[in-house]
Design a protein around this ligand. Sequence first.
Ligand SMILES: O=C(O)CCC(=O)C(=O)O
Length: 264
Amino acid sequence: MRVSLLQLAVDDSERPEDRADRAVQLVEAERASGAELVILPELWVAGGFDYKHWGEHAEPIADSGPVAALEKVRAGEGSGPELWLHFGSYVESAPDGTLYNTSVFRGPGEVAAQYRKIHRFGFSEGEATLMGAGEDLVTVPSPWGTLGLATCYDLRFPEQFRSLTDLGMEHLVMCSAWPERRIEHWRILLRARAIEDQVFVFATNCVGTNGGVVLGGRSAVIDPWGNVVAEAGTGEEVLRVDVDPAVVAQTRETLPVLKDRRLR
Ligand SMILES: O=C(O)CCC(=O)C(=O)O
């Protein structure tokens, strides 16, 4: 299973359209390199902390596909091997006007999933006041096992991941815009989620300065034993790894802690 994490720079100084063009090129390069699953970060079009401009970038989910900028990324389909693409998240404008931080996932053919971020970050400002909270856990069946979707701040709420495990999650796919200031929390919690739920973690973060907040990078792939398979630095980077999805079942067999749960 070849997975590519696109750790994009999301800088205030760059026009979102230019970033989208760059993302298209990066996705196409990964497709050409044999990537089967490509994962972009959270709110990489609008910017995770550029609250003032979220409204301008909000778009509805159309039946035919997600926002125009993300569709540009998808447009390369048909030009190479089939790709499973996690578009990262974008600002979704629901029919009732509510904004959501929504991830979009597409596999070959009809495979499609959308996940509205459940835990909103910001306390008394930002996402917590400007966006609605998602209600539903989302898993996606894939050739490598069941993928569970989550976004950034969700990482601090282990019960969400245990619930995903109860739904069959074997690989966690996260998109984030996690600040540099708390990047050690990110690194530790990614490993914790991998160890406690015995899953592969594929977590893509942003870098750059967005809304005045420095984003921390350190996108990572963690195996179900908690080993860091690969970790990005703090600049724009593509993290490409080959992993064996069978390691999930092997780990769960070798150390069957999930079977010893008492409380549900
Ligand atoms: O929990 C954190 O420290 C960062 C969360 C965050 O930046 C987000 O969810 O957008």
